[in-house]
Ligand binder design. Structure first.
Ligand code: FAD
Length: 508
C-alpha cells in the first residue's frame, strides 16, 4: 500500500529584516532560486539606522556565491572598487618582529600519498627552509605585488591560484540590492518599532513600522545586525558569550588615501591590546584597530590606529562595539538569524561574510514548509553551531600561539585556557607534525600549519613515511618545486596592472 505523503504547505512569503550585507546577500540568494509567483520576498530596512559599514575582506568561497548568482566578476569588482586577495599577512603576532602570510590555496605540489606539508616539515628540520610560504604561489605573488587568475596549465603552480576579494562594504550592499530588485525583491523603507508575537505558539506574527504599517510573513530572516531585533529582542533566544577566548570587543575604523598600487593581501598587525587591519581597495584603504576595552582606552586605540596609517585619512575615526559569541539558536520558531544578529567572532580571518553565505546555503538546503517541523530547525542549528565553533577555535589559535609578553593583554592571551579540541590539535602537531580537519571545518591543515608554524609552534617530529624518498632525490625535488614557484610568481602581472586591465573602477 502506498504510503500517504503528509506534505506541509509551502512558505510563500519571506520577510528579510535589515539591509546590510547579510540582508542583501540573503535577498539575492533567495530571489535567485525562488520564482516570484512561488514565494514573495520582501526586505525592510531603515536608512535612518544604517548599516555597520565594515566587512570588506573575504575568503575564496565567496567566489562560489557570486558564481551561483551568475555575477560577472569584472563587473562586480568595478562596481565595488574591489581588489584581489591572496591571503592575510600577520605582523607581530607570534612575537614582535614576526611576520608570515596565511595564504589561500595549497603549498608545494602533491608528492606521493602525503600532503606536501609533511615533506616540508622534514626539510625545515634539516634547516633548509625557514618559512613554508616559500612553497606557496600565493605568498610569493603577494610579497611581489603580483596577481592573476588561475591559468589553465595543469602542471603549473599558476593553475593553483586561489583568491578572494576586498571590496567596499557599502557598494557591495548596493550591488546586491540592485541585483535583488531586478529579480523581484520588494524593498520597504521603514523603521521597525515593535514585533508582535502569536500568543498561542510564540511565533512572530508581524513586524510593525513607525508609520503604523504591519508586515506579516511566513518566515522572518533577522538581518538586523548586532541588535538582533527579532531573534533576541523579540524572541529572547539567548547569547553564548565567547569573550573569554576572544577578548577584543571594540574597533575604531578610518579610511585613508592609497599611497601606491593596492597590495594583493590583507594585513593584520598586532598591537599591545589587539590588532590593526589594512584592506587595500581601488579608491581607498580601509583601516581598523580591533582592541579589548579591558586593556586599552578608546583614545589610546584611536591614537595607535592613526599613528600606523600610511596615507592621509579620509574621514573621522568611527568606533564600533561588539561582543564575541553566538546565539543559543540561530533558528528559533519562524525566525532565522543571519549575519551579525546570529553571532560575531571578530574580523581577524575575514569569516563573517563567509558565515552569512554558509547560513544562506544551509537555509536553502533545509528550507522549511509552513508547519516548521522541528527536526529541520534542529539540524540547521546543529550545523551552524559547529561551523561557528570551528571558526572560533581557529581564530583563538592566533591569540594563544604567541610568545609576546610585552603587555597585560598578550600575557592574558598566552595563558588563557582554550577549548579542548584546539588544545588537542596543538599537542598533536607539536608531538607528531600531524594536522587534521575535523567535521568538514572551514580551515584545513594548510591554514593550520600556516598559523601554527607562522606563530612559532614547532613540530618535534614529522611523518615517518616521508623518509621513504631517497635523500638526494628529496633535496632535488624540493629545490625544483621552490624554483618553479619563484619563477611562476615572477611571471605574473602586477596586481595593479591586472586590475587596470580587467576591472578598473571609475575614479572617485
Ligand atoms: P548591519 O550591517 O548592521 O545591517 C543591519 C541592518 O538592519 C541595517 O540595514 C539596518 O538599517 C537594519 N535595521 C536594524 N534595526 C532596524 C530597525 N529597527 N528597523 C529597520 N531596520 C533596522 N566580515 C568579513 O567577512 N570581513 C571583514 O573584513 C569584516 N570586518 C569587520 C570588522 C568589524 C569591526 C566588524 C564589527 C565586523 C566585520 N565583519 C567582517 C563583519 C561584517 O561587517 C558583517 O558580517 C556584515 O557587514 C553583515 O552585517 P549585517 O548585515 O548582519 O548587519
Amino acid at each position: 500500500m502506498a504510503e500517504e505523503l503528509s506534505e506541509g504547505k509551502s512558505i510563500s512569503d519571506v520577510l528579510i529584516v535589515g539591509g546590510g550585507t547579510a540582508g542583501w546577500m540573503t535577498a539575492a540568494a533567495l530571489a535567485n532560486v525562488f520564482s516570484k509567483t512561488h514565494c514573495r520576498i520582501r526586505l525592510v530596512e531603515s536608512d535612518q539606522i544604517g548599516t555597520v559599514g565594515v566587512g570588506e575582506a573575504t575568503i575564496p568561497v565567496v567566489l562560489k556565491f557570486n558564481q551561483m548568482l551568475g555575477i560577472d566578476e569584472d563587473d562586480f569588482l568595478r562596481s565595488t572598487q574591489g581588489t584581489f586577495k591572496l591571503g592575510i599577512q600577520f605582523v607581530n603576532w607570534g612575537s614582535l618582529g614576526n611576520r608570515y602570510i596565511h595564504p589561500f590555496g595549497s603549498y608545494g605540489t602533491p608528492m606521493g600519498s602525503l600532503s606536501f606539508y609533511h615533506y616540508w616539515l622534514k626539510y625545515h628540520r634539516e634547516g633548509k627552509s625557514r618559512d613554508i610560504g616559500e612553497f606557496s604561489i600565493a605568498v610569493q605573488a603577494a610579497l611581489n605585488g603580483k596577481f592573476m587568475r588561475p591559468a589553465n596549465m595543469p602542471n603549473s603552480p599558476l593553475s593553483q591560484i586561489a583568491y578572494a576579494y576586498h571590496f567596499d562594504a557599502g557598494l557591495y550592499a548596493q550591488y546586491l540590492r540592485s541585483f535583488s530588485e531586478k529579480k523581484g525583491v520588494e524593498r520597504i523603507e521603514g523603521e521597525i518599532v515593535d514585533v508582535a508575537i502569536r500568543p498561542d505558539d510564540g511565533f512572530i506574527e508581524s513586524v510593525n513600522l513607525k508609520n503604523g504599517e504591519k508586515l506579516s510573513a511566513d518566515l522572518y530572516i533577522d538581518c538586523t545586525g548586532f541588535r538582533g531585533l527579532l531573534i533576541e529582542q523579540a524572541l529572547n533566544t539567548g547569547f553564548i558569550d565567547w569573550s573569554h577566548y576572544l577578548p577584543c570587543d571594540r574597533a575604531v575604523t578610518v579610511p585613508s588615501k592609497n599611497i601606491g598600487p593596492p597590495d594583493s593581501f590583507t594585513r593584520a598587525t598586532a598591537h599591545t591590546a589587539g590588532w590593526q587591519w589594512r584592506i587595500p581597495l581601488q579608491h581607498r584603504t580601509g583601516n581598523g584597530h580591533v582592541y579589548s576595552s579591558k586593556y586599552m582606552r578608546d583614545e589610546e586605540a584611536k591614537d595607535i590606529l592613526l599613528k600606523n596609517i600610511e596615507g592621509d585619512t579620509l574621514a573621522e575615526p568611527k568606533f564600533i562595539q561588539f561582543k564575541t559569541g553566538m546565539r543559543q539558536k540561530f533558528w528559533n520558531k519562524n525566525c532565522v538569524a543571519i549575519g551579525l544578529s546570529s553571532g560575531f567572532l571578530e574580523p581577524l580571518e575575514s569569516t563573517s561574510i563567509h558565515l552569512i553565505q554558509s547560513s544562506i546555503a544551509k537555509l536553502l538546503a533545509l528550507f522549511p514548509t509552513a508547519d516548521f517541523v522541528q527536526p529541520v530547525i534542529d539540524k540547521y542549528n546543529q550545523i551552524m553551531c559547529s561551523e561557528f565553533i570551528g571558526v572560533r577555535d581557529f581564530i583563538i589559535l592566533h591569540y594563544k600561539a604567541t610568545d609576546r609578553s610585552d603587555s597585560a593583554f598578550w600575557n592574558y592571551c598566552r595563558h588563557m585556557d582554550i577549548p579542548q579540541n584546539l588544545a588537542d590539535k596543538i599537542e598533536l602537531y607539536k608531538s607528531s607534525g600531524r594536522l587534521f580537519r575535523d567535521n568538514n571545518e572551514l580551515f584545513d591543515e594548510i591554514s593550520l600549519i600556516a598559523v601554527m608554524h607562522g606563530q612559532g609552534i614547532r613540530a618535534q617530529r614529522y611523518h615517518p613515511m616521508v623518509d621513504d624518498i631517497n635523500e638526494i632525490e628529496f633535496d632535488r625535488l624540493m629545490k625544483e618545486i621552490k624554483s618553479v614557484i619563484d619563477h611562476s610568481a615572477q611571471a605574473m602581472p602586477r596586481h595593479g596592472d591586472f586590475i587596470a586591465k580587467h576591472c578598473a573602477a571609475k575614479f572617485v
